[in-house]
Design a protein around this ligand. Structure first.
Ligand SMILES: [Zn+2]
Length: 255
């Protein structure tokens, strides 16, 4: 009897968590009001360069990302005044649980639950309350020339984004952060997982231009700018990217 009751309560809790996650996402991607995004910086190491970079971050450091998304939303027909707003939250001192490398599906599910629990514990109050939370982990490139993979989770609408604490990388950091932000809203990757090359046509900014190569812009969710059938490069800044129609549909900008 008690056992059955406990299981029923547990199922009820899980169902309510799932429902509230679904509801939050449906609400965010209806684009009826401004989507509130909070970014929380974290230092991956104790290098002086990373500390300096974090100290220089201000509210306007992330304006290029919101300006870009707002103009892309308008281009896709969103009529909300300011669809995306990004607020800088306080620095967080404890790193999130690391993503398992090459683990099983169960490992990833467990990690995503751990991460949601960690985020729940590490959401310093910002006003207004954010719908999407991005944890920006900054690495000194002299210590970490290759940063771990970033993740944007649709369930819970949160992202862990690995970036470089170097002013010369700021514009490229914006590309990575915007890409993960769209993941939290339901956009999928548009590149070949094996080769990293953009998938045609959805991963191309101008899929039907003649000749097809080189492209002059990258599709944000493809992550790379195609230069030839087997060559692509990382865009230097958001100016070299756009949100294609397939990604726009996934996040509710197009019906
Ligand atoms: Zn991605």
């Amino acid at each position: 009897m008690w056992r059955r009751l406990r299981i029923a309560v547990l199922l009820l809790v899980l169902a309510s968590v799932a429902f509230s996650a679904w509801h939050a996402k449906a609400n965010a991607t209806a684009w009826k009001g401004t989507l509130r995004v909070a970014v929380y910086p974290l230092a991956a190491d104790d290098s002086a360069a990373t500390r300096r970079y974090l100290q220089r971050l201000g509210e306007d450091s992330f304006q290029p990302i919101s300006d870009y998304l707002n103009s892309e939303a308008a281009r896709h027909g969103v009529t909300t005044q300011r669809p995306v707003d990004i607020t800088l939250g306080g620095e967080i001192r404890q790193l999130p649980p690391p993503r398992p490398q090459g683990g099983s599906v169960l490992d990833s599910i467990l990690w995503s639950l751990q991460l949601r629990y960690w985020a729940w514990q590490h959401s310093p109050p910002t006003s207004p309350k954010p719908q999407v939370r991005l944890y920006l982990i900054y690495h000194d490139p002299a210590l970490t020339p290759r940063v771990p993979h970033s993740s944007g989770l649709e369930k819970g609408m949160l992202g862990v984004v690995h970036l470089f604490a170097d002013p010369r990388q700021t514009a490229q950091n914006h590309v990575v952060a915007a890409h993960e932000l769209l993941h939290t809203l339901g956009a999928s990757d548009k590149y070949d997982m094996a080769t990293g090359l953009p998938l045609h046509p959805d991963g191309y900014a101008a899929p039907f231009q003649e000749p097809r190569y080189p492209q002059s812009e990258a599709e944000l969710m493809a992550g790379r700018l195609p230069l030839g059938p087997d060559r692509a490069r990382i865009p230097d800044s958001l100016d070299e990217t756009l949100v294609g129609p397939a990604s726009a549909r996934e996040i509710g900008w197009r019906r």
